[in-house]
Design a protein around this ligand. Structure first.
Ligand code: DGY
Length: 321
């Protein structure tokens, strides 16, 4: 039996690469640099399947490029699939899978870390220390905002939204309110639904975003909605940068219309607007929500499970289209 040919677009944890090697004929990306559009098109033309990730943009143009596509599956390393135009992929007969579930805890941990970092001014105060400007303990210096008893507003109460809410409620005594597009709950922790994003934006002391990226949610956290937030409130985003109107967020932060933000994702990664970098009241992370050895290995293994199921002709554990 001929072994399916898989192209892997980025370096993966060793155990995942080893498992791929055992079952497939694999081309790895030892340089670990993101594929160009041309290289993605070529990969679609020569491989039977791709193990790709969020840095690979499969838009309509790439998926409909001249020349017959040979690939039959895009096994995406990531729960988010906003890097793939799903309609165009389906039109080409491509199966798409993702990696839900295995990154829930790691991402919720980073959301919680950003809630704490933003409210306790960790980036700003650490920068002060590192630059040699810490002169003494001060009873009134570097004061942040306590979160106990404050309200966390979750937008998008899926797995990661719930895990973040649970941590904030059980571990830090926050009250949880949420908006979810479809009806969800009850949960095994107290959480109150609100009937609009606006209601959550208005009421929350910390708003944490957990909605999928892509066309459907682009700019959902608009200037108007940011404008509803309390002057004392914080915005945390571990979902996708494109769900927020980034220039509007920057204006609100600069003008002190909200208190601060914690961001792990950006609209045009890896580019981060200089205006955000210059703001002291923002903690910025380079998209590390799922970046633990355990989680990245589990994500890779789930992507391989999907590839194996596809080439075995069985049901995929996490098929998107
Ligand atoms: C995801 O899974 O979508 C993350 O953003 C990448 O780890």
């Amino acid at each position: 039996m001929t072994r399916p040919r898989i192209i892997v677009t980025r370096k993966l944890p060793d155990a995942v690469e080893e498992r791929l090697r055992q079952r497939f004929t694999v081309a790895f990306n030892t340089a670990d640099t993101p594929f160009s559009s041309e290289r993605l098109v070529r990969a679609l033309q020569v491989a039977d399947g791709l193990l790709c990730t969020v840095t690979d943009l499969f838009d309509e143009q790439i998926l409909q490029a001249e020349g017959k596509l040979n690939a039959k599956i895009l096994a995406n390393f990531g729960v988010g699939v906003n890097n793939i135009d799903l309609d165009a992929a389906e039109a080409q007969g491509l199966v798409v899978s993702n990696t839900p579930g295995v990154l829930t805890d790691a991402t919720a941990d980073i959301a919680m870390a950003l809630i704490l970092a933003a409210t306790r001014r960790m980036s700003e105060t650490e920068a002060m220390l590192r630059s040699g400007n810490w002169t003494s303990f001060s009873p009134t210096g570097m004061l942040g905002t306590g979160i106990q008893g404050k309200t966390l507003g979750i937008i998008g109460m899926g797995r990661i939204g719930q895990a973040t809410a649970q941590r904030a409620q059980a571990g830090f005594g926050m009250k949880v309110i949420y908006f979810n597009r479809s009806k969800t709950g009850p949960f095994d922790f107290p959480a109150e639904a609100r009937d609009s994003i606006e209601a959550v934006m208005r009421e929350a002391d910390v708003v944490s975003l957990h909605l999928p990226g892509g066309a459907a949610n682009r700019g959902t956290i608009s200037a108007e909605r940011i404008g509803l937030m309390k002057k004392t409130a914080f915005l945390v985003n571990t979902a996708r940068g494109d769900v927020v109107d980034e220039p509007a967020l920057i204006s609100a932060l600069k003008e002190g219309r909200i208190a601060g933000a914690g961001l792990d994702v950006f609209a045009a990664e890896p580019t981060v607007p200089q205006a955000l970098i210059d703001l002291p009241n923002v903690t910025l992370l380079p998209h590390i929500g799922s970046a633990t050895v355990e989680t990245r290995t589990a994500m890779g293994m789930l992507a391989v499970d999907n590839l194996e199921a596809f080439f075995d002709g069985t049901d995929l554990p996490s098929r998107v289209v």
